[in-house]
Design a protein around this ligand. Structure first.
Ligand code: SF4
Length: 352
């Protein structure tokens, strides 16, 4: 898939934009000053495939914690700051590889200039973003109380000009709305207008079942059009679910190779098996082994093996408490429910 041309921005030890892979990011949901818990969460996210991690900076303790956290993790650390110039400076001084800033939340341009100066001298990237909720009220009022995509882009444009005036181009841009169609339109326009890399995502999407759909509505078309250099799938859920969802989306759009494909049937009157439960447990096994195989969990052998023919390995229910395990459509074992998952794991490891 052809990607839109963008500048490349260095964040810690990795590069974002240009021809680099699309980076997956998430955000810790623990207070940043609780260092050991934050580090533990980041390690789990690294293990799950997170490329960049963001933490909230609410006070000086959070900003100072960055130094300790950074020493113990392996992926670039992003500080998320609102309203405080002081915390932005302190975060950079304590090792943030990138800061996320909404310049509209700062007091004046002098504060922004000082941040730019420090970031420039220390090679720190800045993500500037406009959210539909952060457009100033006066502007919304002037626009008939409507947050349009043009209003969001105009706002972003004003911020970019300040950075460019000071020759700072180590920028990543974001334009997020909780409405996926507004988000989609914003990023399409931003991609035509700017060559800075884009952080794409729908904001405040809600719980997983809802959020996955809303995120996909915006992100799938953007990614297929070559737009987007880093993604976050925001969910009201454990951040690890955000990373898995991002991997799934990128993988199924052929933008991420090293991940498994799971096929499981919806179940019908032909089966006595609960493919939902089996598939859930199979997924745990696939995640544990960082599998990149195609795996099928089918409720019966009538259609199961045929439909699972494309799978590297699969399970189909033969009759009550009796299952077959197959590889590429060939039956390799017949097992009962108790043996099923252990045997599946054993056969999976043979082909990993
Ligand atoms: S694989 Fe079998 S049990 Fe599952 S939906 Fe198809 S026919 Fe029904």
């Amino acid at each position: 898939m052809i990607r839109n041309e963008t500048k490349t921005v260095k964040i810690g030890n990795i590069y974002l934009g240009g021809n680099n892979k699309i980076l997956i990011q998430s955000m810790c949901n623990i207070k940043t000053s609780k260092v050991s818990r934050v580090v533990k969460q980041i390690h789990e996210l690294e293990e799950a495939g997170c490329d960049l991690i963001r933490v909230s900076i609410l006070d000086e303790n959070d900003a100072k914690a960055l130094k300790k956290i950074k020493k113990q993790i392996h992926i670039p650390l992003i500080a998320d700051i609102h309203f405080s110039f002081k915390l932005a400076m302190l975060s950079m001084k304590n090792g943030a590889d990138k800061i996320r800033l909404n310049p509209g939340n700062l007091k004046n341009e002098t504060e922004i200039e000082s941040i730019i100066q420090y970031a420039k001298e220390h090679d720190i990237a800045i993500r500037i973003g406009v959210n539909s909720g952060s457009v100033p009220h006066e502007l919304i009022k002037e626009n008939n109380n409507h947050v349009s995509t043009d209003l969001m882009l105009d706002q972003l444009d004003q911020y970019i000009k300040i950075f460019e005036k000071h020759n700072f181009t180590n920028l990543v841009l974001a334009l997020k709305a909780s409405n996926p169609l507004v988000t989609l339109e914003c990023y399409r326009k931003a991609s035509e207008r700017y060559t800075y890399p884009l952080h794409i995502g729908v904001t405040e999407t809600s719980i997983k079942d809802v959020g996955l759909i809303r995120s996909t509505i915006a992100l799938a078309p953007l990614l297929m059009e070559g737009i987007g250099n880093t993604i976050r799938i925001s969910l009201s859920d454990d951040p690890i679910e955000e990373v898995r969802a991002a991997k799934r989306l990128l993988h199924d759009l052929n933008l991420y190779d090293d991940y498994y494909t799971i096929i499981s049937c919806p179940m019908c009157g032909r089966t006595t098996a609960n493919t939902k439960n089996i598939a859930t447990k199979v997924i745990e096994i696939l995640e544990k082994h960082h599998s990149n195989k195609v795996v099928a969990c089918m409720g019966c052998v009538v259609n199961g093996i045929g439909e699972g023919m494309q799978a590297d390995i699969g399970i189909a229910c033969a009759k009550k408490d009796s299952y077959i395990i197959f590889k590429k459509g060939e039956i390799i074992d017949k097992v009962n429910g108790k043996e099923l998952l252990n045997k599946f794991e054993k056969y999976l490891l043979e082909i990993e």
